[in-house]
Design a protein around this ligand. Sequence first.
Ligand code: PEP
Ligand code: MN
Length: 350
Amino acid sequence: MIEIEKIENCSLIAGPCSAESETQVLECARSLAKAGVKAFRAGVWKPRTRPGNFEGAGEPALEWLKTVKAETGMAVTTEVANARHVEAALKAGIDILWIGARTTTSPFAVQEVADALRGTDIPVLVKNPINAELELWIGAFERLAGAGVKRLAAIHRGFSSYYERIYRYSPEWQIPIELRRRIPGIQVICDPSHMAGRSDLVPLLAQMALDMKADGLFVEVHPDPSQALSDQKQQLTPQEFCNMTSKLVFHREPGAADRKFMQPYRSQLDDIDLQLIQDLADRFNVTGRIGEYKNLHNLAILQPERYKAISDALTEKGKELGLDEEFIRLLFETIHAESIRCQINKKNTI
Ligand code: PEP
Ligand code: MN
């Protein structure tokens, strides 16, 4: 069990993808401080998927972040990927570190960062690994906690996929939900910028994340995104950022009146869920009986025509009732897979 302590000032973190020059960093920081941002992000060392792109201004940029902190009072945060980065960032008095998505995929790199952090008490944000592998994400927290880092939080920035998609990185909202279950009390901050990959989709994802109970947002903002040296398409201008935050709905905890309103609906849902479980149990009982018959009479368990007929009929019915087609297809796929498993089990016990 990982012991986590809360990190302050992480409900709204914003700043450019990369620290490009002192002027760019300060211009951006001044407008964000005015907008109420409490922590300023900027990448000093940029891990690039392909060589030949801008790889960050390196150590000199730490001085610019020191100036941001001194001038605006915002906390400053940057990405570290090895022991040398950690040492330089600590020496510069950076307040919060983050581990990037490409680094989280590498246990050796995470261990190196964790070892370099031993004996310090700086907060660390860990981005999800670029591939949808929850265990790697959890492994990074375990390595850091093992080195004595207590203030840890997660950044959910989406997962890579080979296929065409609307978002640059797919959110897979179920993964941070499972992370919260596995590491109780962990703060999950959403990075809608890398997830969207397009500035116009950032506000939508930011609101979705808040609706999913994100504890904070991590947003890329550049004074002039069209001139940015990295991640041009997804960075907001300071004005766009202010427009977004003025419209975002930050949620409150439900109070007594809210609970009173929801109570009858909740008990109705509880009854429906119980009925669903009962119906599923009845369904698998019937499945079992057909399974026995198929065994006795040498019939194959899988009957593809029957499967297709039921799946089509249910999807049609679902559509009529206003249910999502994809949802019905997936639900039935899961139920059918379980029926097959039950029938195979029966066969093994005969
Ligand atoms: C970044 O935050 O600029 C960055 C490099 O992010 P990620 O590691 O999520 O790609
Ligand atoms: Mn970026």
